[in-house]
Design a protein around this ligand. Structure first.
Ligand SMILES: Nc1ncnc2c1ncn2[C@@H]1O[C@H](COP(=O)(O)OP(=O)(O)OP(=O)(O)O)[C@@H](O)[C@H]1O
Ligand SMILES: [Mg+2]
Length: 201
């Protein structure tokens, strides 16, 4: 893996946790171009804390928006407009790019997170919940990516192991589930190390 775009089937699905695992494993740069809810927490700081990597690995956001809302709304609240032409894929390797929410999150009146993925032209990793509802959400996400001819690396399932859901996603989605991340009691840098040692990520 040299560069990857992490998307998810939803917000809060585990993109930042999976990004941290990849950043740690590959000593990768991390870039979250659009961050909403920054008055509460910035994903870049979470990844920095969880990986313990040097500050230079963490690239600054292009849009840092205060409200925990969809990017198009969070920007509007600050009288800003997200413009795709102002967001570039960093010339750094290895690189983990984290999207905001999922593929159909609007960025402005006429573009979605999908359009940013298309612009960056990176292979995409889909993070999905392991639990009920995930088959539908994951298949919809894969369908949207394929419609835009975006290269799909695979799916990572996050949460309690669920073999039936894994099998259904692989069969109906014609995709590989690359890893299954169990539910952790606490998320800290030791947990990240442990996951990397005990699971084939
Ligand atoms: N496997 C897990 N075990 C326990 N807690 C988890 C696990 N995965 C994620 N979490 C917790 O769930 C919350 C959401 O996860 P995370 O921030 O990685 O989601 P996200 O998809 O990056 O969200 P956003 O759309 O806001 O960027 C966090 O508090 C995180 O610590
Ligand atoms: Mg996140």
């Amino acid at each position: 893996m040299r560069k990857v775009f992490i998307t998810g089937t939803d917000t809060g699905v585990g993109k930042t946790l999976i990004s941290s695992l990849l950043v740690k494993k590959f000593n990768a740069y991390y870039f979250k171009p659009i961050q909403t809810g920054s008055k509460e927490e910035r994903d870049v700081n979470i990844v920095k804390n969880l990986t313990g990597l040097n500050g230079e690995y963490f690239l600054p956001e292009v849009y840092l928006l205060k409200e925990p809302l969809s990017p198009h709304l969070a920007a509007k609240r600050e009288n800003k407009k997200i413009e795709l032409k102002k967001i570039f894929c960093p010339q750094k390797e290895p690189l983990v790019v984290e999207g905001a929410g999922g593929v159909f999150v609007p960025l402005n009146e006429n573009s979605f997170m999908l359009d940013l993925m298309q612009k960056f032209s990176l292979p995409v990793l889909v993070v999905a919940r392991s639990t009920l509802g995930t088959i539908n959400h994951t298949l919809l996400t894969l369908e949207a990516l394929r419609q835009k001819k975006i290269d799909i690396l695979g799916v990572i399932l996050n949460g309690p192991l669920n073999l039936e859901n894994k099998n259904a996603i692989e069969y109906y989605g014609k995709v590989k589930v690359l890893a299954e991340i169990p539910k952790l009691k606490t998320i800290n840098s030791m947990g990240i190390e442990e996951l990397l040692t005990n699971f084939n990520i």
